[in-house]
Design a protein around this ligand. Structure first.
Ligand SMILES: NC(=O)N[C@@H](CC(=O)O)C(=O)O
Ligand SMILES: [Zn+2]
Ligand SMILES: [Zn+2]
Length: 356
């Protein structure tokens, strides 16, 4: 493949970290995700959260109902496969884990340190109290997905991910050496190096915004709320390392958009919500990032192979084609109850688009 690549056909990607939200929001988010992805791992930070297998199954049915009601193609409807996660709380038991592992619907368990991010108030307050649950996950081969930031008030927001690696993750790995763990949405070279230094049971997802942007984009020339997500964008040197590892061909790094819809007025607000809405144009965004460093040939591994390999799932068989045809990102999408949803890079033009 050369710089002059103008069309790229890759195996159909999966999104290993997405927020679809619930109820009326699903009418927008489900078709957007299903247009590009086969499997998606649905985050459980609903209000109230998805805490057990029954709740996960009910949530999956609501997602599938909106899929059927949408006007996307029958082919995409048949291919879309939402996989569920449980939200780990101080009350989660080893039995909950066993039931989840045997359900065939729950793909992983998500740990939000209490207070770390959107809807994390019910998250874990003391990791040391999770020993039984982690043991059960290890036994039943159910991966642990981490929002990897410490939450102490005195820790600077730009240091919270690195502190998590040193103070929390290293200990979990030492105590549960065969537990599969994904550091979700990594944002620092520290996290990339940490993951690279571990065995194959430790992997990471990377979002499009952390590959394309850094904190200057968020803060220079006025505050840009649509670049605000957690963990927060870091310095350019971190962005560069993330781009290096994502495009390196290492199977430890794979696609997780962390597409996190919040209505436009909740983002453009004196106390704006954290999260970038990217699912709808995620593949053109990732293609643009990979192409920016001449590595578009590495996109397929990152987007369509490494995540499935990590989760022990088959690689998809269908394909999707990207073309180097400019894409004007819409300024907004209709969202429920008359609200709008502003996508990442709204109003900008991307060099890559999806071939329809
Ligand atoms: N990433 C974000 O900034 N927000 C996510 C939560 C999360 O993934 O941390 C959300 O649910 O809005
Ligand atoms: Zn998170
Ligand atoms: Zn997320």
């Amino acid at each position: 493949m050369t710089d002059s690549t103008t069309e790229l056909t890759i195996l159909q990607p999966d999104d290993w970290h997405i927020h679809l939200r619930d109820d009326k929001a699903l009418a927008t988010t489900v078709p957007h995700a299903a247009n590009s992805f086969n499997r998606v791992i649905c985050m459980p930070n609903l209000v109230p959260p998805v805490k057990n297998t029954d709740e996960a199954m009910a949530y999956r049915q609501r997602i599938l109902q909106h899929l059927q009601d949408s006007d996307i193609s029958l082919e995409r409807k048949a291919a879309f496969d939402p996989r569920m996660t449980l939200y780990l709380t101080d009350q989660t038991t080893a039995k909950d884990i066993e039931i989840a592992a045997k359900s065939g619907v729950v793909q992983a368990v998500k740990l939000y340190p209490a207070g770390a991010t959107t809807n994390s108030a019910d998250g874990v307050t003391d990791i040391n109290a999770c020993v039984d649950v982690f043991e059960a996950m290890e036994k039943h081969d159910l991966p642990l997905l981490l929002h990897g930031e410490v939450t102490h008030d005195h820790v600077d927001i730009f240091d919270r991910e690195k502190r998590f690696l040193d103070e929390v993750l290293a200990q979990i790995i030492a105590k549960f050496p065969t537990l599969k763990i994904v550091m979700e949405h990594i944002t620092t070279s520290d996290a990339a190096d940490f993951v690279l230094a571990q065995g194959n049971q430790i992997a990471a997802t990377i979002t499009p915004q952390h590959l394309m942007f850094n904190r200057n984009h968020l803060l220079i020339g006025g505050i840009k709320p649509h670049f605000y997500c957690l963990p927060i964008l870091k310095r350019e040197k971190h962005q560069k390392v993330l781009l290096d590892v994502a495009t390196s061909g290492s199977p430890k790094f794979f696609l997780g958009t962390d597409s996190a819809p919040h209505a436009t007025d909740k983002k453009e607000n004196a106390c704006g919500c954290a999260g970038c809405y990217s699912a709808v144009h995620a593949l053109p965004l990732y293609a643009t990032a990979f192409d920016s460093v001449g590595k578009i040939d590495k996109l397929e591994g990152f987007a369509s192979r490494f995540g499935a390999q990590f989760y022990g799932l088959p690689i998809n068989e269908s394909t999707i084609t990207l073309t180097k045809t400019p894409l004007q990102v819409p300024s907004g999408y209709p969202y429920f109850d008359g609200q709008t949803l502003t996508p990442l890079m709204a109003g900008d033009t991307l060099p890559w688009s999806l071939k329809i």
